[in-house]
Design a protein around this ligand. Structure first.
Ligand code: THU
Length: 161
């Protein structure tokens, strides 16, 4: 028997103000994206912003539905928009934030497994990792470099051959 250890690396900052200007702008984009969150059922708003290599910013927010499973997370709204409209302009970074009036979020919201799986596909399409910046208004900022930080055991199609 052999024990293996996988280390997951991420950086923690105490606030968005500590980030480079370009990342602060992207975080402001994620906050703006939350304005269009349609979340009457969970009352939990999520905003995502993608910065593409060209400098273009794409916004996404969670879109809920009275038929609950028909809704979609902010990250996938933004990532699928990218795939549908800008697949040749690689995503360099994604900022994600959340807010609810129900209580104060103390820590960043980490993306759900389905969003991570979609992020993995986007990285595969563009052949480069996406820097992910997770933050809330009052709380730490977590920065990771690509899907491997979240899913080190991700299923890759090369395992099929
Ligand atoms: N949600 C997101 O948009 N992104 C996440 O990473 C986690 C959850 C949304 C889905 C739903 O509209 C609400 O937050 C509560 O789960």
């Amino acid at each position: 028997m052999t024990n293996h250890e996988i280390k997951i690396a991420f950086q923690e900052y105490s606030s968005v103000d500590e980030l480079a200007n370009i990342d602060q702008e992207l975080c402001a984009g994620a906050v703006k994206a939350m304005e269009n969150s349609h979340s009457p059922y969970s009352k939990f708003s999520v905003g995502a912003a993608l910065r593409l290599k060209s400098g273009k910013i794409i916004h996404g927010s969670n879109q809920e539905n009275v038929a609950y499973p028909s809704g979609l997370c902010a990250e996938r709204v933004a990532l699928f928009y990218w795939g549908a409209n800008h697949p040749d302009d690689p995503i360099e970074s994604m900022a994600v934030t959340a807010h609810t009036d129900e209580f104060e979020l103390q820590k960043p919201v980490t993306s759900c497994g389905s969003c991570l799986q979609v992020l993995a596909e986007c990285e595969k399409m563009q052949q480069s990792p996406v820097k992910v910046i997770l933050f809330v208004a009052k709380g730490p900022v977590w920065v990771t470099n690509g899907i491997e930080s979240f899913l080190p055991f991700l299923f890759f199609e090369d395992r099929l051959s």
